[in-house]
Structure formats: structure tokens, C-alpha cells
Design a protein around this ligand. Structure first.
Ligand code: ACO
Length: 162
């Protein structure tokens, strides 16, 4: 998979603090998160490995948390961010399910195919790790976008809030 020209994609790092938080504002309220809290969460994401993790050159495989950023190579800005969390199940012969979460493209970078590229990347990370399916919840207004990324409607989302 090649990146759109002028952009690169990689796992989120501690130095992405400002870029990730500001990009997530396109998605929802972020709240106040200190740099040290952000850094400890990135360390946590990097520390949780899958059982029987597959190995790959470049080291992107084998993580439960796969938060990625797309970076604008011209100015180093984070243009998009998103996560695929890989759940270890008992059913389906101890199968793995990927959950795509917190997809956000910065407003100024929307409409440049970065969202689709991010979803394609997270989907390929999920399947390369052995997921038998990948699921996500979204607003009705984003259904067409996810269909363009190869996803189809299935089931109904239920919710309870504290
Ligand atoms: N409705 C219909 N089509 C859409 C939409 C939409 N809301 N958004 C994108 N598309 C289409 C584009 O027109 C394009 O179609 P084409 O290939 O035929 O030209 C295709 O989908 C790919 O679009 P991208 O340019 O990759 O979309 P973008 O980079 O703008 O990312 C996204 C889309 C992620 C929805 C972005 O607009 C965004 O961050 N929005 C705010 C936050 C948000 O809603 N995030 C998703 C939350 S759901 C979750 O996290 C699981």
C-alpha cells in the first residue's frame, strides 16, 4: 500500500501530542490531556502485545492497540489519526476481532482521500494480525464513506451512558 503523495503513515509516537489532540477535535470533544498523560498512554499502547503475535519486518504487527497517524511530509503536521484495537476472543477458535475507533482527519486535510487511506491501512493491519472480521460504529452520515472503504452495514449499535 503506497501513501498518498506527500504523506506518510506510522504508529503514533509520544512526540505527536499536539498533532493528535488537535486532529481529534474534528471528531469530538477532547478535554484537557497533559503531555505526560498522553505519553503514558502511548507507552501503554506499545506495551500490550497479542498472544502468539505474528512477526513482520518493520515491527508493525503484534500489538493490541494500533493507533496510527498520517503526517504531512511538508510541514510535519498530523493530518489524520485512528486506531484499530484487536480483541482476543474465545469463540471462532480463539479468533481475533478488530475494532476501528476514533477516526479523525483534520478539517483542512479532509476530502484528500486521507480518511480512506487510513481505513485501508488499519484494515490491513487488522487482517495481517489475523483478525477474522473488523467492525466499527459510525454516524449514519458516514456510512457512504465506510462503504467506499469496503465495509457494509451489519447489526445495530446499542448504547448506555454513565
Ligand atoms: N459521506 C459520503 N461520502 C463521503 C463522506 C461522507 N461523510 N466522507 C467521505 N466520503 C467519500 C469521498 O467523497 C470519497 O469518495 P470518492 O472516492 O468517490 O471520491 C471517499 O469517501 C473517500 O473520502 P476521503 O477523502 O478519504 O475522506 P476524508 O479524508 O475527508 O475522511 C472522514 C472522511 C474520516 C469521515 C473525515 O471527514 C472526518 O474526519 N470527519 C470528522 C470525524 C468523523 O466523523 N470521523 C469518523 C468517526 S466514525 C469512527 O471513528 C469509527
Amino acid at each position: 500500500m503506497t501513501s498518498p503523495e506527500g504523506f506518510s503513515i506510522r504508529r503514533t509516537r509520544k512526540e505527536d501530542y499536539e498533532g493528535v489532540l488537535s486532529t481529534l477535535k474534528s471528531l469530538t470533544t477532547v478535554g484537557t490531556i497533559s503531555r505526560s498523560h498522553f505519553e503514558s498512554i502511548v507507552s501503554y499502547w506499545d506495551s500490550i502485545r497479542l498472544l502468539n503475535a505474528r512477526k513482520q519486518e518493520g515491527g508493525e504487527l503484534g500489538y493490541k492497540y494500533n493507533n496510527f497517524v498520517i503526517v504531512d511530509d511538508h510541514n510535519g503536521q498530523v493530518a489524520a489519526t485512528g486506531n484499530i484495537i484487536i480483541e482476543q476472543k474465545l469463540i471462532h477458535e480463539c479468533g481475533l476481532v478488530g475494532h476501528i475507533e476514533d477516526i479523525s482527519v483534520s478539517e483542512k486535510y479532509q476530502g484528500k482521500k486521507l480518511g480512506k487511506f487510513l481505513i485501508d491501512k488499519l484494515t490491513s493491519v487488522g487482517f495481517a494480525n489475523g483478525c477474522y472480521k473488523i467492525i466499527l460504529d459510525c454516524d449514519r452520515k458516514n456510512v457512504k464513506f465506510y462503504e467506499k472503504c469496503g465495509y457494509e452495514e451489519a447489526g445495530v449499535e446499542m448504547r448506555i451512558r454513565s
